[in-house]
Write a protein of this length. Structure first.
Lengths: 492, 492
């Protein structure tokens, strides 16, 4: 869930300064139109890791927007008035009316997360609280509100560097308290809880936008741009699916930095090492699946990737290691009539392995948020809700001790072209493949954006995505096999 | 939640026999149209108390419908195949395709309820399971399914009588096991759990229909009629709000029996007794509110009822007992501009009392499911979702140790007319009141249906409705005061 947010998103001062005037004007314009129309209220949540710039972002928005029509709700202990009433009372009284913007810095998420981190509440209790939040936000959206939730993220290293740099400067040294370092120590636990919270509350009607808080320029521009885009969409298309703001990616790449492009596709492995490792890993996988404890486990391995990325070859290297009675490969093509008459997840539920078995999906339920999204085969509202339905589906498998391993095989468009041509030369319809290829290339960017969204919204702590650099097929096969072995070992 | 279902709904054999042929024909017609259109699947759940006729109902439906296009899923322990997979797998594989009907007798509700009853899971765990169910059902509806959930209810006395009558008959004696009597002993606990489950899962998209299972004729006709009505609505109005089936009342009064009409409005109290009890109860209420432990409690008293039912007089008898600093009476009129710019519950949240205080609502948030529903002031989808939003709101108050007491003051239409005329004689615009009165009278039935739905959907174990026979004002005032004292005492 934080994959994209952990990339280096820095934007230099010059670019920042050049972009700010237009952004500020667009923000003020949108705010003016909102106030004139009085059609809906805007609820903005600024949450995230300590030190990721939550306060600075709130201050900035107050500076950029017309503050007369913005109400900011700062955190802090509840007042005497508030303590005597149900916890949500303080938020209800601060809701913005139609036409105005309410910024919540320290929102309804703060207390449930803090109580869980302090060990006061078990996971089931946290989930109860999250469920109430989900119902509250759904009510807000049903009542017309535009709900924008930002999570400002810092990697562990970024948080450490920030504390160190504050300490190094005599002017800011006082800002670093022992409490800050104590919080830093529980970073990993907080990270896990945050991921759980985001997964449970990233709904179709009010999804989270997760972004890096490390660079102030990137952070500020991104939050501003997302707000403008979401506002304009609601203001300019009043009859559209108003509750969705799905043109917005899960992690906005406002500076062009996105996760697929950061992969090092030059990674290679020599022939000799490939042969050795292949043999060792296939043997290891075979032993794992025959392990007595595997009788109560199962594996679901999902393979996605561009055309010609080498999914088939990688799958064969996995199945070669397995007894034919143990595994099944499910090829996902266009749905049959029988499948079309059912909810879209139905055909994948059919193939969920029983204990002791392995099911390999050559393409999968992710088709809904990839090809169906990009090609327009299903409406936006449907693929948007699919993210959380998919997370629910995978959670049920994991709860049932199924290891869910998901692989995205990445190649460059140039390599794809080369492989298509190679196929064309050995096949007999070269011209046809080139046609398809050009069409693919036109949509390459749209697919890339859909893949990044998929990773950010469905790479969860329980079922993470593994991005596989597949320009070198042998490197990809080894990475797949090793990851699969490790994932099974973790759970055995 | 079981108020209406506990009434005597018996339908005699003759009426039953007269109605069945038309109903069966309508069912088969609807089923045929469904199959021809192949537009959506129908998922029917038959749940409820043991002995309320779940199995009989399923058999009956299979007899009445064309069984070739109905798939029935009987309960029973999961098979070997099913045990090796996530618990929901067995239900996914049994989902009906578009155009067909799937009957689930023993559904996804069975295991969570049973595990909780056996003490294996705490409330928070049960809530987690219910939340998953809610998401599953929402997905089904989003994917186009018509989901009809029936809960067959028996009162404790009805269940006892049934067991006794089975035992009395030598032919059926063997059917009563010690397990049945053991289940009967935990009736009260099961009742509480069932109420919780229904409250948590009666959503706008898939609400429960709760009905009495005591009389087979009523039960069969009602289930059949509800299915026909829901099917026809989806088939005949394909562009309507297809996920709602809100023309259907929470507890169908297919035999004309409904809760408001069962009240004994002749209840009276003499003047002397009234004076004595009034004095005693007002003193008792005053002491309760001054009790040291009340400093951590609060009271929300809601008064609803027909025009001229005597709400004002009853409220005055309550406030007379209280120190002016402690209470506030909120008159609910049409919303102001400021209130209209917010979610509809916002203006009531504003008035939630702090600890140690009492707020009396003269009309309330129930306006949304009464006047706004009947007069068409808000769309069906909005008032339909209001039931669960209201339950959430009241749950938050109760969780915060606020006693929520809700009173419906009931009078007959004749008494209302008399009171209007009386007012007209003492006032100066008699003709005007008579106009209004006639308009009211025309909508009396619609209001009555809305009130019954409100009671069945929002009278919960934590915030029950008290129905007050208000034909005699003095009787009503005493009942209100006594109930209020008892509710506070329970919670102090």
């Amino acid at each position: 869930m934080f994959e994209s947010a952990e990339l280096d998103h820095a934007i230099d001062k010059k670019t920042f300064k050049a972009q700010v005037p237009a952004l500020r004007e667009a923000l003020l314009d949108a705010q003016f139109d909102l106030l004139q129309s009085r059609r809906f209220p805007v609820v903005i949540l600024i949450s995230g890791v300590d030190g990721a710039g939550k306060g600075e972002t709130v201050n900035l928005l107050n500076g950029w927007l017309d503050p007369r029509d913005v109400e900011t709700n700062a955190p802090g202990d509840p007042s005497d008035e508030e303590r005597g009433r149900p916890p949500m009372w303080r938020f209800w009284r601060s809701l913005p009316p139609k036409g105005k913007i309410g910024i919540f810095f320290g929102s309804w998420y703060s207390a449930p997360i803090a109580e869980h981190m302090e060990g006061e509440t078990k996971l089931a209790k946290l989930d109860q609280a999250l469920e109430r939040i989900r119902r509250f936000e759904r009510m807000l959206v049903d009542e017309g509100a535009l709900v924008l939730k930002f999570w400002l993220h810092l990697s562990k290293e970024q948080q450490r560097l920030r504390l160190k740099s504050l300490e190094a400067n005599p002017k800011t040294r006082w800002r670093v308290t022992t409490r800050d370092w104590r919080n830093f120590k529980i970073y990993d636990r907080f990270h896990g809880v945050a991921e759980h919270v985001l997964r449970q509350t990233s709904t179709a009607e009010a999804p989270w936008t997760v972004l890096s808080g490390a660079d102030p320029n990137y952070r500020s521009l991104t939050v501003g741009k997302v707000i403008v885009e979401a506002l304009r969409r609601r203001l300019d298309f009043p009859d559209g699916p108003c509750n969705l703001r799905t043109v917005l990616p899960a992690t906005p790449a406002t500076n062009g930095v996105q996760i697929l492009r950061t992969l090092d596709l030059t990674k290679k492995i020599g022939k000799k090492r490939y042969q050795d490792e292949l043999e060792e890993l296939q043997g290891r996988l075979n032993l794992l699946v025959r392990h007595p404890r595997f009788a109560k486990r199962a594996v679901v391995a999902v393979f996605e990737g561009s055309d010609a990325a080498g999914k088939g070859g990688a799958i064969r290297r996995v199945t070669q290691a397995l007894d034919a009675k143990v595994y099944r490969v499910v090829q996902t093509a266009a749905p049959t009539d029988e499948e079309r008459a059912q909810p879209y997840l139905w055909r994948f539920w059919r193939s969920v392995p029983r204990v002791g078995r392995v099911t390999v999906f050559d393409r999968s339920w992710y088709g809904r948020v990839l090809v169906e999204r990009v090609e327009g085969f299903c409406p936006e509202a449907d693929w948007m809700r699919a993210y959380s339905e998919i997370n629910d589906f995978e959670e049920q498998m994991v709860d049932n001790r199924i290891v869910v391993a998901k692989f995205w095989l990445a190649i460059s468009p140039e390599e794809q072209l080369r492989r298509f041509q190679e196929r064309g030369e050995t096949g007999f319809k070269r011209f046809k493949i080139t046609d398809e290829d050009w069409r693919n290339r036109e949509k390459w960017d749209a697919y890339e954006a859909a893949v990044c969204d998929m990773i950010d919204r469905t790479s969860t702590e329980i079922a993470p995505w593994t991005l596989v650099e597949a320009e070198d097929k042998q490197y990809a096969r080894i990475k797949v096999l090793r990851t699969l072995c490790e994932r099974i070992e973790e759970r055995l």
